[in-house]
Design a protein. Sequence first.
Length: 475
Amino acid sequence: MTTNTIKSRFAPSPSGFLHLGNARTALFSALLARPEPGVFLLRIEDTDQGRSKAEYTQAVEEDLRWLGLNWQEGPSVGGEHGPYLQSERDTIYRNYFDVLEQEGLAYLCFCSDRELDLTRKTQLAAGQPPRYPGTCARLSPDEVVARLQRGLQPTLRFRVPPRQVVEFDDLVRGPQKFNSGDIGDFIIRRADGSPAFFFSNAIDDALMGVTHVLRGEDHLTNTPRQILLLEALGLRVPSYGHISMILGADGAPLSKRHGSRSIRELRETGYLPGAINNYMARLGHHYENNAYMELDGLAAEFGVGHLGRAPAHYDTTHLLHWQREAIVHAHSDVLWQWMGAEVHALVPEEDAPAFVAAVRANVIFPEHALKWARILCTDPLELNDNDARQVISEAGSAFFEHALAGLERHHADFKELVNHIKQETGAKGKALFHPLRAALTGELDGPEMTNVMPLLPLERARARLQACLEMADCK
Ligand code: GLU
């Protein structure tokens, strides 16, 4: 890796499925590093053993791969800075805890949760921001030993240097300035010995050579703490960019209530990865180009300068727009697979490309493809649509007599069939096309009939026209 190669990362905590919010963070990070020779790294932040589950780690990996957000360094693929699961990096963390403790940059804290809670409440009541008051920072070595001998389980706190100004230029939000005096000494190792987020997250970014951290704006106030920690250890500080939140239509942070679903649920509904990527890429990032793009295109026009500071708004209609676009652009084989087993069981395999071509413009989800597979590939036709029945009755029996004769002569050639009926009956426009479509598909709208005809076996088309002839007769 050369010195100015971009290395970005996604660092999820595996405590649930990937949602639009964190998937968008992953997408932006992946796009940032996509141009060669950039590196997109995946790190699993599973130090909180109570909340982390191996099944979520696996699910996150699967969902990222499904979106096409492949990582060049991380679990399953390896790399020179592994392991990439924080739960396997204990020895590394222990070394840095020792360094910090030996140099007096961190100290053991024996305060109980009850004591800390009480201090917090007192500070809040006095109108002060809650901050650790430094109680254990002043313990003598003897006092520390005495407490350890009593069997107390201490946490380790980072000693925040007093009277320092922490400044950084946020990639999204511009220059940021914090006073160290406003930051209380914070926990870097929990009482159970596990590393706290502030610590392992920052150390790993530095050790793994991450150059750019894109993450949610809820982490903005964590950044000065992490910078102080890295500076104390003489480790390299990455550039940070804090991405705006995603809000629902009511202005509240996006949740299930707004119809937001996990990437997994979206996939199960039938959304295509390209639809989700194109949608997410424009949630809080401005693209001049409104065309559907593959990841390379999205990456070529991605820039942190186009990331907005204002919150982004979730809108299902936009997601549906990109779903339609993704279908228009998908390869025929991809759409065939996407349509699923029920469609495959109905449509003869040799008809697959013709079927996909015929219905592509009329489907948004696989269930729509299934509807057309049933219409075209099963008997008999259910005429549930009253308007379609009416159109058939109005066309009259003579129309269908000529249609049947035309069918025998021209088979799947819809143009010729139409010409035949037109010549024989004088019908034109809607009066010509509507009854024919209704009779053959049971619907008044749908795919181009020229594409539909070759998918309807002659027998089936004949039976349908015959049924309509009888129906129109009984009028
Ligand atoms: N594990 C953290 C989270 O999921 C990562 C935050 C970060 O990207 O730095 O919120």
